[in-house]
Ligand binder design. Structure first.
Ligand SMILES: C[C@](O)(CO)[C@H](O)COP(=O)(O)OP(=O)(O)OC[C@H]1O[C@@H](n2ccc(N)nc2=O)[C@H](O)[C@@H]1O
Ligand SMILES: Nc1ncnc2c1ncn2[C@@H]1O[C@H](COP(=O)(O)OP(=O)(O)OP(=O)(O)O)[C@@H](O)[C@H]1O
Length: 298
């Protein structure tokens, strides 16, 4: 555990409010190449950050309370990854202040696009700044990893090639394409998919260079398509517009386009044709809007 002396916090910092983005990610490819002794799967994946996501407004409190509003249906305040991030920071540093956190949720839950993980990372990075804790990026990524395998990439804020369980990150420069992301109205449980007996867990190890050519696939896709007919249907519908991939363990599927306008047309067509589906358009970014917003504060 990281322990630092409790820093002095000015009265001005206690009245400050910080609004920060929590962007989505896509897994442009995701290979499962093995399993660790603790049951976690070893992956190779290409994380593409998007300029679309949730938003958190953080206001410090004098007491130790951490309150997220509005609450997420079926998720208790103390289980919300935002609250858990704040608690982990308090535990690591001995900080005795709290926060009121307003959450603007735009990313579908259980979408495979890292909504909860990104909220968690934004809370870690934002509260570290607001509470003047002075933890560096490595320390925040380490705390983040205890809360979710997808948290470190959002803390570090670069599109990246990832290995291990997603925490061994190599930043990459990807073309900043537009993406249409479709959520086919089903909620996928990541642990349930990782446990599935039919999941491929022995894809041969690839290289970053191969992945950057656009080669690769998502090992979750066959199982997700079998278990969730809507995912299968969404992939079929989108495939007329290009190469379709599943993100993470699903449920979101996506296709790349050359322009915002092309993306708008596809999104409108698919969501009008399928009333249970929703979606959004995001532009791929190499640097996270979170780190850019924080740099603007400095
Ligand atoms: C599928 C991905 O989204 C790809 O980016 C991530 O690997 C999942 O990351 P995440 O949602 O942050 O996952 P966590 O909250 O850490 O783990 C949820 C559960 O998924 C399983 N899990 C997760 C990550 C991993 N590499 N292997 C696993 O087997 C574990 O059973 C774990 O208890
Ligand atoms: N702030 C939060 N936002 C979303 N989900 C949260 C949050 N806090 C806790 N959760 C829980 O985490 C679960 C997974 O949510 P999330 O939206 O991150 O899934 P995901 O997009 O599939 O994530 P990943 O791509 O990292 O696997 C939710 O079903 C919910 O129970």
């Amino acid at each position: 555990m990281i322990r630092i002396a409790r820093p002095f916090i000015s009265e001005a910092a206690l009245t400050a409010t910080l609004t920060l983005p929590a962007p989505a990610k896509l897994n442009l490819m995701l290979h499962i190449v093995g399993r660790r002794d603790d049951g976690y799967h070893r992956l190779q994946t290409l994380f593409q950050l998007l300029d679309f996501g949730d938003e958190l407004t953080l206001t410090p409190r004098h007491d130790t309370e951490v309150r997220v509003s509005p609450s997420i249906p079926d998720v208790a305040n103390e289980d919300n990854l935002i609250t858990r991030a704040a608690r982990a920071l308090q535990d690591a540093t001995g900080h005795t202040g709290g926060a009121d956190i307003q959450l603007t949720k735009r990313l579908p839950m259980g979408g495979g696009i890292g909504g909860g993980s990104s909220d968690c990372a934004t809370a870690l990075v934002g509260l570290n700044h607001l509470w003047q804790l002075g933890l560096d990026e490595d320390a925040l990524a380490e705390i983040g990893l205890t809360l979710g395998a997808d948290v470190p990439v959002f803390v570090r804020g670069r599109s990246a090639w990832a290995e291990g369980i997603g925490e061994e990150l190599t930043p990459v420069e990807l073309p900043e394409h537009w993406f249409v992301v479709i959520h086919p109205g089903v909620h996928v449980s990541t642990p349930a998919l990782f446990r599935h007996p039919q999941l491929t867990r022995n894809t041969p190890v690839s290289t970053i260079r191969t992945a950057l050519t656009g080669a690769g696939h998502n090992d979750f896709e066959p199982v997700a398509r079998t278990l969730y007919p809507n995912i299968d249907h969404a992939i079929e519908q989108l495939s007329q517009y290009g190469s379709v991939r599943l993100s993470g363990s699903g449920a979101c599927v996506f296709v790349q386009t050359q322009s915002d306008m092309a993306a708008q047309t596809i999104l409108r067509t698919i969501t009008e044709r399928n009333p249970g589906y929703s979606g959004f358009i995001g532009r791929g970014v190499n640097q996270s809007p979170l780190q850019r917003a924080l740099a603007d504060q400095a």
